[in-house]
Design a protein around this ligand. Sequence first.
Ligand code: MG
Length: 282
Amino acid sequence: MEKWPVGVFTSVDAGLGVHLDVAHELGVPTIQIHAPHQETRTEEKALAFLKRIDGYGIKLTAVFGGFAGESYADIPTVEETVGLVPANTRDERLHEMKEISDFARKLNCDVVALHLGFVSHDVESAEYQQTVDVTRELCEYVRSNGQNLHLETGQESADSLIQFITDTACDNLFVNFDPANMILYGTGEPIEALLKIGNRVRSVHCKDAKWADAPGVEWGSEVALGQGDVNLKKYLETLQHIGYFGPLTIEREIPQEPERQKVEIKHALDLLEQLKQELLAV
Ligand code: MG
């Protein structure tokens, strides 16, 4: 596979990505998708989807899980509602992640990913251990489908994430690195974090953001790639440094403005192609 194939985050009927026809129109060779709703996760729909992406010459590189009831309205709401951390929805969501893993298998996709939620910072707490346990169970399940599990970055600092992965002790647990999320959540300078997480990074998002005035308390703001505080060139140089040459998946989370979303993704693709030429030619 070529180094750093570009890609885009897409959605079928859930999540904030662009639709598949937009990915096709933009001519990208790879996509990640947000898992569709349960009624869409059938054998028949999977085959139809595969046929479409094969026809477009697109490779699916990761399926992201997400759940009803999650809200990213503000940071405390994320803490209460997102991922496998909240205890009141944990069992049903674990069950749903297993179904999403089965669906990803139908799509011949060997990576399942998710936002785990805010892991407790008290590593001695019962809550922390429960999050370790549920992640371990999910890792075992996706392994039975021949898959790895990637945790999206954002809610944890690099150090906490590494500690969590170490404590979980699953050899199929890796990281989907999103530099913008580190800024949006105020969990650390993204380049430093990327260097720390290093070879645990097995997929990435190309997304940009500006720091909030009070990082970690209020949201930073997501902006078009190249317009924020990530420093895209440094980001790619650092990916090169840690030996990551997998897909560069562009994420732009403004589905309420589809025309602007498409224009900005097109611009992001041009930017990435330009930087790829510059950095990979050396
Ligand atoms: Mg992301």
